[in-house]
Design a protein around this ligand. Structure first.
Ligand SMILES: [Fe+2]
Length: 347
């Protein structure tokens, strides 16, 4: 099986048959120094003395190689196809990849039946995110295992953790959905986002306990200062644990509280200087934190948040600087018809 990008492929001496002249050059490979050396130029006779010498080289562990740029000439002259040369055969499909492929077929069938927008609105109406979480889990578990270690980690995390309806899993599902709504649909980006979402609040474990029990708006200056350390603390824990994450995944964690107008933290980055997926995670986290009462102490629906967001009716503690793309995506995904009618009937 030839490795992608390799400049030579190996053949057996017998493959050459009894032909005397070749339209391609022969090389020998020395496994001791991983070097490739010219053995016989194209159109030079492959004499019996050369054959004997080549056999001796192979007996001592050397290997006969052909430059990949001459692959076509080699196959043509010897009337072979790639399947007949061991080093040119496509790689066997790994068991993990077979399983992912089956899951992907199932997931595609589900996707044609189910619509993310309908699932999200059902989840918000019934306050049951499990069907949405299940769909996200099925998608991420089916990601290819050949993209990156972070993508594979995202699949494993979803397989083991994304199994119940809790706050963290809701953030994972909503940020995933929001990213797709913004047109970010490749598995590599979504894998980075999923891992970042799972790990972004690891730093909470190092904060005073009161940060977990008090609404954000009731934090005093000192507590706010402590709380703002959590993205950096999350990164510190990940570094200590030596968890290998992609640089974009780390950036999402570091920047998930940066805001489009430059009023976020820790670096007060602005607009296009913020990783888009960090804004996605920031929006999904904030939406769920606000609606669950973590910001101002009173619960409200996500639809109400989005309606206020769209009408620029900004309540205390409400954040809205996530950039135009996310604003559009939220307005599209979240059906606020009922809240609008309620608002009209009250007026
Ligand atoms: Fe956070």
């Amino acid at each position: 099986m030839k490795e992608p990008g390799k400049k030579y492929f190996f053949i057996n001496v017998e493959t050459l048959g009894d032909q005397l002249i070749f339209s391609f050059q022969l090389f020998v490979h020395n496994p001791l120094n991983n070097g490739y050396y010219p053995f016989l130029r194209a159109n030079c006779p492959f004499t019996s003395a050369k054959r004997k010498l080549l056999s001796e080289i192979v007996e001592k562990g050397g290997m006969l190689a052909i430059a990949d740029v001459q692959r076509e000439s080699f196959l043509q002259q010897l009337s072979l196809n790639e399947d007949q040369v061991e080093d040119l055969r496509p790689p066997p499909v790994h068991e993990l990849e077979k399983r992912r492929s089956q899951l992907k077929q199932q997931e595609n069938q589900e996707a044609s039946k189910e619509n993310f927008k309908a699932l999200l609105n059902d989840a918000m109406t019934s306050d049951d995110f499990m069907p949405l979480i299940d769909v996200v889990r099925n998608e991420v578990v089916a990601f290819s295992p050949r993209i990156s270690s972070t993508t594979t980690l995202a699949s494993l995390l979803c397989e083991t953790i994304l199994t119940e309806d809790n706050f963290l899993n809701r953030v994972v599902a909503l940020s995933y959905l929001l990213a797709k709504g913004c047109g970010i649909t490749d598995e590599s980006s979504l894998g980075d986002l999923v891992c970042a979402t799972f790990y972004s609040h690891l730093g909470y474990t190092q904060l005073p306990h009161v940060c977990m029990s008090k609404p954000f708006l009731e934090f005093n200056e000192a507590l706010t200062k402590e709380w703002k350390k959590h993205p950096g603390l999350s990164m510190h824990i990940l570094r200590k644990a030596q968890i290998d994450l992609s640089s974009r995944c780390k950036t999402i964690i570091e920047q998930h509280h940066e805001r489009y107008d430059g009023q976020g933290f820790p670096q007060m980055k602005k607009g296009q200087y913020i990783e888009p997926l960090a804004l996605v995670l920031g929006a999904a986290s904030h939406l769920l934190e606000f609606s669950s009462g973590r910001v101002n102490g009173s619960k409200s629906s996500i639809q109400t948040f989005v309606l206020n967001f769209r009408n620029k009716n900004f309540l205390p503690g409400m954040e809205f600087e996530f950039g135009p793309l996310i604003s559009e995506s939220l307005s599209y995904l979240v059906d606020t018809m009922k809240q609008e009618e309620d608002t009209k009937s009250v007026a």
